[in-house]
Design a binder for this molecule. Sequence first.
Ligand code: PMP
Length: 279
Amino acid sequence: MPDIACVNGRFGPLADAVVSAEDRGFQFGDGVYEVIRTYHGQPFAIEAHLQRLERSAQALRLSTGHAPAQWISLIHEGLRLSQYPDTKIYLQVTRGQAPRDHPFPHDLAPTTVLTFRELRPFEASTRQVGVNAITVDDIRWGRCDIKSVNLLANVLARQRAKEAGAFEAILVREDLVTEGSVSNVAVVRNGGIQTAPEGNRILSGVTRAIVLEMARKEGLPVSEDFVSRADLFDASEVFLTGTTVEILSVVRVDGRMIGDGRPGAVSRLLSARWNTSVG
Ligand code: PMP
C-alpha cells in the first residue's frame, strides 16, 4: 500500500486525500495536531498524545471529532493498511468548513485527518556525531503549549537553520531558551539536566516528560528552569528531545562548540536507556 490517509473517517491513498478550500484549517490555521510514531509497529505513548490533542483542542474551544477509543481504532486501521516497519502517524483536527469569517459557527463538524507515512530511522552516524543548531528569536504567540497548526514562526526558524546548514533552530525569548522549532531543548550543567519549565512558553513534549523521568530514575538532578543564552553556550552538553528526534545531541550552536564537540556522557546514557526501553 502507498502512504495512507483517513479524512473524516474514510481511508484511501494519501495522494488522493482532499479537504475543502473553505476549511478553517486552510483559511486560518484553525486547528491542532499530533505526531505519533511506532516502535516495532506499535504506536508509542498514544495516551499521552491523545491527552495533549484533547488539551490543545479544548484550549481553542474545538472538538476533536472522535473519542480517544475511536482515534485509537483509526490509528490501528491505518497501521494495518500501511504495513510499514515503522510509521509516522500525523493527526490533525480543524474547526471544519465554513464561509470565510473570523468568528466561528458553533455547529461546525470538525475536519479530522490522519496520515500514515513510513518513518525512516535517523542515520546512526548522525546520532554518534551529533548535530549543529543555531539560535533564532522566538517570535511565537503566547500559547506555545497548544499544539496548533499555526506553525509559521517554527517554519521560518527551521528554514533559517536549514539554510545555515544546521539541524535545529533553538528559540530564544528575552535571553532565555524556550525550545527548538520541532523539539524541546535541554542542557547539562554541573552534572544535572536543566530545561525550560512547562507553561505557555513551550510545548510540553511527550518525549521531554519521559526523558526527565528516566533521568530522575538514574539519580540525575533535573531542574525545570529556563536556561539563559549564556548558559546554553557554557553547557557541557545540549540535547534535543522529540518524537522523531528521540534524544539527539547538539554539538555546536551558532558555530560555537558545546563541551568537547561530541555527544556527552549524560545524553549518551539517556539515549542508551531510551533505546532499551523502546527496543
Ligand atoms: N516542541 C515543539 C515546538 C515541537 O514541534 C515538538 C515536536 N512535536 C516538540 C517540542 C517535542 O514534542 P514531542 O516529544 O511530544 O514530540
